[in-house]
Write a protein of this length. Structure first.
Length: 194
């Protein structure tokens, strides 16, 4: 929910790394169904909540596929600049095999803030785990007029898919501006202002 409210994805430091990156997955349709239905190994199914991002917008921002390297290759590339080091992932067939994730990363230099701000071009849609789900508005929590709607415009009118336990089903759009207009008029009427 934080990503939806803040309108950005914050980087974090992955296991065995020293700088923050943003990790992204590009599973095939079949792999996505397996991840959501069965999961991988003992972890179990992934929660069916995801923000779908446009590949071209991510590439323009600097996202690239990760570099799968052996322990020897990781050691040999320790001196690379942070932006390149952040794309390295340990790969040892049989013990550390992450190829199913088809991972991409958005990496940053040491002096950069590891955030990716959501734009209208970058957001392609949303996967939700409950049919018809919409993010709660501040009106649902506290009816303060200046905080009625604080979700980024990048999410408005984007396609929404619902995971029904078997597959993704088209589930309308995030009609956030429309919802805001309804809530604004409801609040103004409630306050006797219209």
């Amino acid at each position: 929910m934080g990503i939806l409210r803040e309108g950005k994805i914050r980087g974090s430091v992955p296991y065995r790394q020293s700088q923050a990156v943003i990790c992204l997955g590009e599973p095939s349709d079949a792999a996505r169904r397996v991840l959501l239905r069965d999961g991988i190994g003992p972890r179990g199914p992934y929660e069916p909540w995801a923000l779908l991002l446009d590949r071209e917008a991510l590439v323009a921002a600097g996202a690239r596929p990760v570099l799968y390297l052996s322990d020897e290759e990781l050691l040999a590339t320790d001196g690379m600049p942070a932006r390149f080091r952040g794309r390295r992932v340990r790969y040892e067939p049989g013990s550390a095999d992450w190829l199913h994730e088809r991972e991409w990363r958005l990496t940053f230099n040491d002096d950069e803030t590891p955030d990716f701000v959501l734009t209208t071009d970058a957001v392609a849609g949303v996967i939700v785990g409950e049919q018809g789900w919409m993010p709660p508005s501040n009106f649902d929590e506290q009816p303060l007029p200046h905080e009625l709607f604080n979700y980024p415009e990048a999410l408005d009118a984007k396609p929404r898919w619902w995971w029904d336990g078997t597959d993704l089903v088209a589930d309308g759009t995030f009609a956030l501006r429309e919802r805001y207009e309804y809530q604004k008029w409801f609040l103004l009427d409630f306050m006797g202002l219209i």
